[in-house]
Ligand binder design. Structure first.
Ligand code: PEP
Length: 263
C-alpha cells in the first residue's frame, strides 16, 4: 500500500488543511515537551513567526530514563489545544500507548509515532484505525525496509495519511546523538509515494547542527522539517541542548525561503 508501485504520484498528506508533500516544504516546529501553558504558547508563537505551519509538542514523552520528565499527559494535550486556539496552528503530538490513541486523537490533528515505537505493532494498528494523519518516525535501529513495513501496518488498517520522518540512526559515531541518514530521504521517496520529512533536532541532538542538517535535508528534497524550539532552552525540561532560540529560528526561516530557489 505504501509502495511507489501502487501509486506513481507522490502523496500529499493534509493535516487540518496543511499540505505535506508535493511541492510544499512544510515546517513543523514547537517545544520538545509541553511544560507549562506559557512555555508552550511562547514556543508556538516563535514557531509561527518563523513560518511554521504546524505545531509540534510532546505531552507523553518516551524518555530513556524513568526519572526524566515524562510529560504532562492529558493536561499537556489540553494546553496544546488552547495554544492551537490562540495561534491557529494545528497540533502534532506523540502517542506512546495504543490505549491512549483515541484520547490523543481527540485533541491532536496529527498523531506522532516516535522512534522507540516504530515497531510497536499494536500502536501502529491503533493509529491505523484512527481518523488522523500519522507522522511515523524511523526507528533508530531500523532499516528503511523495516520503516516502510511499519508504515504498511498503519496503511493496512485503512489509514494512508502517513508522513515518514527520518530522525537519525544509531552508528558508532558519538559526536552526534544519532547519525542523520540523509540518503534515507531520496531512498524512501523512491520506494514509497509517502512524503518524507527530516528531524534535524533529535538526530543531531545539538542546536549548532540543526541549521546545517536542515540545509542538507532541503537539498536532498525532503518534504519538510520538524524542529524543536524553546523560549528558554537552558531551563527546558527535555532536550534543551537541541532547541532553537528565536534568532536561530529566524535564520532557519530565511534559509527555507531562499534555499529551494537555488537548487
Ligand atoms: C520527539 O519528536 O519528541 C521525539 C522524542 O523524537 P524521537 O522519537 O525521534 O526521538
Amino acid at each position: 500500500l505504501v509502495s511507489r508501485q501502487t501509486a506513481p504520484e507522490r502523496t500529499v498528506v493534509r493535516v487540518a488543511g496543511v499540505p505535506i508533500g508535493g511541492d510544499h516544504l512544510t515546517l513543523i516546529a514547537g517545544p520538545c515537551a509541553v511544560e507549562t501553558p506559557d512555555q508552550a504558547l511562547a514556543a508556538a508563537r516563535m514557531a509561527k513567526a518563523a513560518g511554521a505551519a504546524l505545531l509540534r509538542g510532546g505531552a507523553y514523552k518516551p524518555r530513556t530514563s524513568p526519572y526524566a520528565f515524562q510529560g504532562l499527559g492529558e493536561e499537556g494535550l489540553r494546553v496544546l489545544a488552547d495554544v492551537r486556539a490562540d495561534t491557529g496552528l494545528p497540533v502534532v503530538t506523540e502517542v506512546v500507548d495504543p490505549r491512549d490513541v483515541e484520547l490523543v486523537a481527540s485533541y491532536a490533528d496529527m498523531l506522532q509515532v516516535g522512534t522507540r515505537n516504530m515497531q510497536n505493532f499494536a500502536l501502529l494498528q491503533a493509529v491505523g484505525a484512527a481518523r488522523r494523519p500519522v507522522l511515523l518516525k524511523r526507528g533508530m535501529n531500523a532499516t528503511i525496509e523495516e520503516w516502510l513495513l511499519a508504515a504498511e501496518y498503519i496503511a493496512e488498517r485503512g489509514n494512508l495519511d502517513i508522513v515518514l520522518c527520518e530522525r537519525g540512526i544509531r552508528t558508532f559515531e558519538p559526536a552526534t546523538r544519532n547519525t542523520l541518514d540523509i540518503s534515507a530521504v531520496p531512498v524512501a521517496q523512491r520506494l514509497s509515494h509517502l512524503p518524507v520529512i527530516v528531524d534535524p533536532s533529535h538526530s543531531g541532538g545539538r542546536r549548532d547542527l540543526v541549521l546545517p542538517l536542515s540545509r542538507a535535508a532541503v537539498a536532498v528534497g525532503a518534504d519538510g522539517l520538524i524542529v524543536d524550539v524553546h523560549p528558554s532552552p537552558d531551563a527546558a525540561l527535555c532536550d534543551g541542548a537541541q532547541a532553537l532560540t528565536g534568532a536561530d529560528l529566524a535564520e532557519l526561516s530565511r534559509t527555507l525561503e531562499t534555499l529551494p530557489a537555488l537548487l
